[in-house]
Write a protein of this length. Structure first.
Length: 234
């Protein structure tokens, strides 16, 4: 039986998700850039842990100015093989666990990774020590709709999520692991990426999300889900 810890290295995850969600990456990169621009941050070195096929870093590399060096780290051979097709002088990919190195960066990206890691508290404590600034993107899968429908764990088999968060628990977890939270924002992926993942169920759910989000994005997320939390920390 394949364990949840092995699916990234033995090819199981790649078979289930052969494109490593690359189609969503430009939008995610845009969320990161918006947070950096809001706080006037211009990092000279950027790393992403769990970079997958590297498309977020590729999109960032096209828009970050100056001589910023960019590094992607992932333990999945299939992901790094795809990412290295995009490798350039300033953009490098490593089949390696960043946390097993002593490297330090201006900015560390942890985009849709925390929910996959068995010991996520230790993981976050170690991430905190690898960069001056950290940006986390964490799916919010605990909401009224998922609880009522018994669907909190629906992403367990399809994409390997083994931990589930609300906005409050995500922020509390980061604080508990020594992070100083600078800013956070809700990112409505279900609505923003609907054209890339069309389905009748999503279309119906997005009606409620859109209506409530006009009043409050946090309330929409708490009721209907479909959002993640983007958090800038030190």
């Amino acid at each position: 039986m394949v364990s949840i810890q092995d699916i990234y290295e033995d090819g199981t995850y790649a078979r289930i998700n052969p494109n490593w969600h690359a189609e969503d990456s430009p939008w995610k990169a845009g969320q990161v850039l918006r947070m950096l621009e809001k706080h006037h941050l211009a990092p000279r070195s950027v790393a992403e842990i769990g970079c997958g096929a590297g498309e977020i870093l590729h999109a960032l590399g096209e828009r970050l100015v100056g001589d910023c060096e960019i590094h992607g780290f992932d333990i999945a051979p299939a992901a790094i093989a795809m990412a290295r097709r995009r490798q350039t002088g300033r953009l490098q990919f490593h089949e390696q666990d960043l946390l097993e190195t002593e490297r330090f960066f201006d900015l560390l990206l942890v985009i849709d990774v925390v929910e996959h890691v068995p010991n996520y508290l230790e993981f976050l404590e170690r991430c905190r020590q690898r960069a001056r600034y950290k940006i986390y993107h964490i799916p919010l899968e605990i909401h009224v709709s998922s609880v009522l429908r018994g669907r909190v764990t629906s992403a367990r088999k399809s994409v390997g999520h083994i931990h589930y968060f609300s906005a409050e628990s995500a922020l509390a977890t980061l604080e508990d692991t020594g992070h100083r939270i600078i800013d956070h924002a809700f990112t409505p992926g279900a609505v923003a990426l609907a054209a890339l993942h069309p389905s009748l169920k999503r279309t119906v759910a997005n009606l409620g999300r859109r209506m409530v989000s006009w009043v409050s994005e946090p309330i929409s997320s708490r009721l209907f889900g479909g959002s993640s939390l983007l958090v800038l920390t030190q």
